[in-house]
Design a binder for this molecule. Sequence first.
Ligand code: SAM
Length: 351
Amino acid sequence: MPRWRNADTALPATISGQPRALTDAYGRVATDLRVSLTDRCNLRCSYCMPAEGLEWLPAAEVLSDAEILRLVGIGVRMLGITTVRLTGGEPLLRKNLEALVAGLAKLHPRPSLALTTNGIGLAKRADALAAAGLNRINISLDTLDPTTFSRLARRPRLPDVLAGVAAARQAGLEPVKINTVLMRGINDHEAYDLLCWAMEENVQLRFIEQMPLDAQHAWQRSEMVTADEIRAWLSEHVRLVEDPDQVISRGSAPAELFRVAGTDYSVGIIAAVSKPFCGSCDRVRLTSDGQLRNCLFSRAESDLRTPLRAGASDDELADQWVVAVAGKRPGHGINDPSFLQPERPMSAIGG
Ligand code: SAM
């Protein structure tokens, strides 16, 4: 069993009679479900996992398509889930992803469907994914330099990722968002180059602060490139002003948007560590082995797979889901002295 598995965290099975909304004690309502389709990945980004990879989940532990469709169906039909983001690991490694997307698109009410991917292989699949019902896509891209890409991701796949970005746009998977993590001394000098490229390509760039979710537990606050630094570096080249769409409310958007003055382009910075936005979090996560997590940084999980495979009813599974979200803590706690990184790494949670 991988060392991050925590067998005794299942919550009580039912609380029949409770109203079914995914509400927590702080008034937040979860409507955005992140579903990890696999813990496997074909890159080895140094801020995510070690060069040798990880011990992958055995196939028997991973939810089947039918199990995912059933659980997501409960989420949209009984619990108010409106957005489903497929992630991983690398979700394009999941066999028959197009069929799974098509199945999700048939759910009632139909959720908005998004995918977070490293883009490898997307060039050949973007059209089919869009035809299956995928609405939006986030593609991870940390550098435009092939040598830096090979160093950071430990695989020489930059051309595949760029081809994936082009194909996503051509397939109409708008808006194409680009997730970028800057690492000090590796790609931190590329912030402005990436912005110029994103403006040229008409894709929405989002810088994400590096979070303590790497499998190696090597994250160091002092090494992390902060949101303020990124903003300052960009401001050496362009004037950034408040994004007009966020003047009234940022809603639950993790990214703070900055308009590049004189253009209609906005760049996002996700200050997950330095300026947490937990107060407006509307997310809940389902891992590829069927564990519900009410926070990326949670150290407890609620096992849905065991009751699912033991014949639990939709009502029982929905009730367990309600309990799991009700216990969500007010914040991720990264900045508390007592913070402990979750055992399960980002690649096995689903980012
Ligand atoms: N393989 C897919 C991809 O590359 O987008 C989906 C999974 S990946 C874990 C999702 C996102 O998490 C990527 O944008 C990746 O850069 C980001 N990520 C991974 N580890 C991270 C960390 N420690 N801090 C911040 N972002 C991280």
